[in-house]
Design a protein around this ligand. Structure first.
Ligand code: NAD
Length: 462
């Protein structure tokens, strides 16, 4: 398909200035929310058919985040989009200075499959709130959710404003050739590089929301009961297919046995059995086979069972794992938790900070000095102390990666900034003019400039 015509029509609609109007943006956000609310039953059905994600999981971890974002913008977009006054500087007195927030234009959003609604629609919400027109390419792996998002958006919004493209690599490649004003990509670092390279041809700015191996560190000062509970929840939610799931566990040797026992107990309580309503399937056979290859049977201390016909992999804990093991060479993105033991937190932080910067990191500790070290020494997208995953739920925190886990961020006002240009304006008074900056130059003028700047004489004058 040739998308160039639709792209041009979105640019034209953008130039019409209609999307600049804040009341237009609020109306679109309300409309989007109404459409999602009215079609919740279809949304639940599609995602269940794709990978058996339950209604509870879909509401709590997908729709809830989208609704929170929509409500945030409906309430705050008026204020966010107003020009912000900034104190004038010496060189421009008398005058005013302010920052204008302007939409970028026509943007492209490319989604990942694991939270197909949240990861596709939350960036759309930011793009609408900021006044852009938008092409959307959801992941093609969960085919029913992709088709449903295309239907709901394409049937309810004009294509010159929002347009969903259904498809995989060929369609994405074609889209990437267009000169978008921004590309917002969620997916793997490998495809992130392809997107970045394509964007460079048009100097298109990108947000890359990528992945990586996110550690959870448990020290001897931690509350082991709570740690086990929160690690199990964060790791096995969505069948372990969460970009910010704890990928692996680093546990202080003296508490490892108790922590592993607590994790095993918690896993039994959770009963992630084949066919359980609350346990999401692996997305496809390719990922099923890939995840199984990361399991070393001799290291399994819990789980290890699987059923390809159901795309089911039992929550699996591997103990005595080594940094060289296959499970430590790639992002697991499945329900397998390797455990590495340590005796010295400083040493383990030294090791982790030399690895690729992960999307998330977690520390379980009750020791203020350990918390301080964790915050200070490790670089990662975002994370929690004494919890996992929950930082994504806070709309006042930026969500994004760093280094190999990505660039840029969104959620709440950070999403607004991501899809806006901050235009700087100086508005000068006509009442007063010094001749200091104009030629011909002289030593006297230079001395005045030095006195004004270095001796801050201007503070005394005004
Ligand atoms: P992916 O990179 O395989 O696919 C993402 C998107 O890119 C899809 O829409 C796909 O159609 C498209 N795509 C795939 N190959 C392409 C190619 N060669 N050229 C152009 N487009 C292509 O990622 P995925 O399997 O959907 O998701 C898993 C990865 O995403 C993991 O690394 C995970 O950590 C990461 N992720 C990150 C976040 C985040 O918010 N940072 C969220 C979810 C997933």
């Amino acid at each position: 398909m040739n998308y160039a015509e639709k792209f041009e029509s979105q640019k034209e609609f953008f130039y019409s200035m209609k999307t600049r109007d804040v009341s237009f943006r609020i109306a679109q956000l309300k409309k989007l929310k109404d459409i999602l609310k009215a079609n919740e039953a279809l949304l639940y059905d599609a995602i269940y058919r794709d990978f058996r994600k339950s209604k509870f999981d879909t509401y709590a971890n997908e729709l809830n985040i989208i609704y929170t974002e929509i409500d945030y913008f409906i309430k705050n977009i008026g204020k966010l989009s107003q020009a912000k006054k900034v104190t004038i500087n010496l060189a421009n007195i008398p005058g005013k200075s302010y920052i204008c927030y302007e939409p970028l234009g026509t943007v492209l959003i490319i989604g990942a499959w694991n939270y197909p609604y949240q990861l596709t629609i939350a960036p759309i919400v930011s793009a609408i709130a900021s006044g852009n027109t938008c092409f959307i390419k959801p992941s093609e792996l969960p085919i029913h959710t992709m088709q449903l998002m295309a239907k709901l958006i394409n049937e309810n919004f004009p294509a010159n404003y929002l347009y969903v493209v259904e498809g995989g690599i060929p369609e994405t490649t074609e889209l990437l050739a267009l000169p978008f004003d921004k590309i917002f990509f969620t997916g793997s670092p490998k495809v992130g590089k392809i997107v970045y390279e394509a964007a460079a041809k048009h100097l298109t700015p990108v947000v890359l929301e990528l992945g990586g191996k996110s550690p959870a560190i448990v020290t001897k000062s931690a509350d082991l009961d709570i740690a086990a509970k929160r690690i199990v929840w964060g790791k096995f939610i969505n069948g372990g297919q969460t970009c910010i799931a704890p990928d692996y566990l680093l546990v202080e040797a003296s508490v490892k046995e108790r922590l592993v026992q607590n994790i095993q107990k918690k896993l039994k309580e959770c009963a992630y059995e084949p066919g359980a309503e609350h346990y999401v399937s692996i997305i496809n056979e390719r990922n099923f086979d890939r995840i199984l290859q990361l399991i070393a049977p001799e290291k399994v201390v819990y789980g290890g069972k699987s059923d390809k016909s159901l795309l089911y992999i039992e929550p699996t804990i591997m103990d005595n794992v080594d940094w060289q093991d296959p499970a430590m060479q790639e992002e697991i993105f499945g329900p397998v938790l390797p455990i590495i033991t340590f005796t010295d937190l400083d040493q383990v932080l030294e090791k982790v900070k030399r690895l690729e910067k992960p999307l998330a990191a977690y520390l379980f500790s009750n020791d203020p000095s350990e918390k301080e070290k964790f915050n200070k020494e490790l670089s990662f997208g975002g994370g929690c102390i004494n919890d996992t995953v929950m930082h994504i739920t806070h709309e006042r925190l930026p969500f994004g990666g760093v280094g190999n886990s990505g660039m840029g961020n969104y959620h709440g006002k950070f999403g607004f900034l991501t899809f806006s240009h901050q235009k700087s304006i100086i508005e000068k008074s006509l009442k007063f003019e010094t001749n200091l900056k104009y030629p011909p130059y002289s030593d006297a003028k230079l001395n005045w400039i030095k006195r004004l700047i270095v001796e801050r004489l201007w503070l005394k004058l005004f």
